[in-house]
Design a protein around this ligand. Structure first.
Ligand code: UD1
Ligand code: CA
Length: 455
């Protein structure tokens, strides 16, 4: 079997984006365009993969990682010149699939079909084309009366008749390696001084070489992104693809158009995503959860059977059967144990709440470690910042923290201890002890074991 490698072009200036960020690093549904193209190459089995990058490409390399090789194009002299930079690396490969890093919706299956056609026909070049209602700005496919491809003409070089052609060049090409390297170097530059990779097609045609194509059935997958309007269009298409994928996998969305799910998210069966909800980054949601309306979850993992109503969860972990909201904020690496209840207007930062702990109303836990079955009553907070340092609070199992208690960290509440309403706790509290007042002092009596959440 012949080998197929990929060369992904990502060195262009991307002027039309008007951005300090390289064009190919703009994201579509939370993933950089270049990473989506790279993923399609990997899924299609292309190897090795070389990415042509501009100088100072640190950002690109850290987004894409070390599984691909990088070659630098020092000056942006066009797509033909860009591919030439990969010659040394790819000299011995039979076939080169050139891909553009700004065509984010391409499917791995389409790439596989291209390679298959290329192998079966033994063509010199196999192109991926598409027929668009509005082909403005794109290279047009020129065919002779028999339907054979004879050239690609760029928009800026096209006359009116050529511009009326609706079949376009997608920017994906399979080339026979030896032919590519033999002819790429000698390609003359365009009027503007750029070497167009697309000019190889007319050259192959003149030489009588075979040029094949496949027509993409999904016009969107060939959509190039040159500006932010096109970026938003690509995002709209991908967002819909993602929603359809999850709905077909058993996730309900009564109003899908108001649901935003990143490419990197995973959702469990029988979960329902209610309107105006954003689930982004590396987030996993388990089965039979109810998320939204009006929730935002990013880079978090949510267990099975959880309910997140009108709340924000970031960089955190919820075990099974946790309910949060409305209007609460869980963040900074927090971990809520099984069956935890977080009610209205609570904030939890860098804290751990043990199983069955309840925190119903207007509370803040920061840098705190709570055991199981703790009750945090309305308005109780940790005073975790002393103006200089963040200090930790330890709350043992079965503790009852009364309404409006201030826990001045660092402080520990022993297992089974309790505070009265309005206490300001400045010193550690021993197990099974009730403290009250400002500053809180021990009452001689043992606390009743009041464990009902106040509601
Ligand atoms: C290109 C094609 C056009 C096609 C369209 C599909 C050429 C000459 N034109 O036009 O036929 O219809 O894509 O979307 O190829 N790049 C480099 N180095 C350079 C120039 C570009 O690496 O010197 C990279 C860019 O980063 C980008 C890709 O090549 O990923 C395409 O370049 P771009 O300038 O966007 O070409 P288009 O004008 O879109
Ligand atoms: Ca482009």
């Amino acid at each position: 079997m012949s080998t197929h490698a990929a060369v992904i072009l990502a060195a262009g200036k991307g002027t039309r984006m008007n951005s300090r960020t390289p064009k190919v690093l703009h994201q579509v549904c939370g993933t950089e365009m270049l990473c989506l193209v790279g993923e399609a190459a990997r899924q299609a089995g292309l190897a090795p993969v070389a990415v042509v990058v501009p100088q100072d490409s640190g950002l690109i390399e850290s987004a894409l990682g070390s599984e691909v090789s990088y070659v630098t194009q020092k000056e942006q002299l066009g797509t033909g010149h860009a591919v030439l930079q990969a010659e040394k690396l790819m000299k011995t490969v039979d076939n080169i699939l050139v891909m553009y890093g700004d065509v984010p919706l391409v499917n791995a299956n389409t790439l596989k079909q291209m390679m298959k056609r290329h192998d079966e026909t033994e063509a010199c070049i196999t192109l991926l084309t598409s027929t668009l209602v509005n082909p403005t700005g794109l290279g047009r496919i020129i065919r002779d009366p028999s339907g054979t491809i004879t050239a690609i003409v760029e928009e800026q070089e096209a006359d009116a008749q050529t511009r009326s052609i609706r079949e376009i060049n997608s920017g994906f090409y399979c080339f026979r390696g030896p032919w590519l390297w033999k002819h790429l170097n000698g390609l003359p530059p365009s009027k503007k001084g750029e070497v167009f990779l697309t000019d190889l097609v007319a050259l192959a045609s003149l030489q009588g070489m075979q040029i094949e194509s496949i027509l993409s059935e999904d016009a969107y997958e060939t959509m190039g992104v040159n500006n932010r309007v096109q970026l938003a269009e690509a995002e709209t298409v991908m967002r819909q693809r993602i929603r359809e994928h999850w709905m077909m996998s058993g996730v309900s969305m009564p109003d899908p158009s108001s649901v935003y799910i990143d490419h990197t998210v995973e959702l469990g069966q029988d979960t329902i995503i209610l309107p105006n909800t954003h689930i982004t980054g590396r987030t996993q949601v388990g089965e039979a959860c109810r998320i939204g309306p009006n929730s935002m979850i990013s880079d978090s993992s949510i267990g099975n059977g959880c309910d997140v109503l009108s709340s924000v969860i970031r960089d955190s972990h919820l075990d099974d059967n946790v309910d949060v909201g409305p209007f609460s904020h869980i963040r900074g690496g927090s971990h809520l144990g099984q069956g935890v209840h977080v009610g209205t207007s609570a904030e939890i930062k860098n804290s751990r709440l043990g199983p069955d702990t309840k925190m119903g109303h207007f509370s803040y836990m920061g840098d705190a470690h709570l055991g199981k079955n703790v009750n945090i009553a309305a308005g109780a907070i940790t005073c975790n910042f002393d103006g200089e340092n963040k200090n930790e609070t330890y709350i043992g199992d079965d503790v009852f923290v009364g309404c409006d208690t201030m826990l001045v960290a660092p402080v520990t509440m022993g297992k089974g201890s309790a505070t009265g309403a309005g206490s300001v706790v400045t010193k550690d509290v021993a197990e099974n002890t009730l403290v009250v007042g400002v500053p809180a002092k021990e009452l001689p009596k043992k606390p009743k074991s009041v464990k009902e959440p106040n509601s």
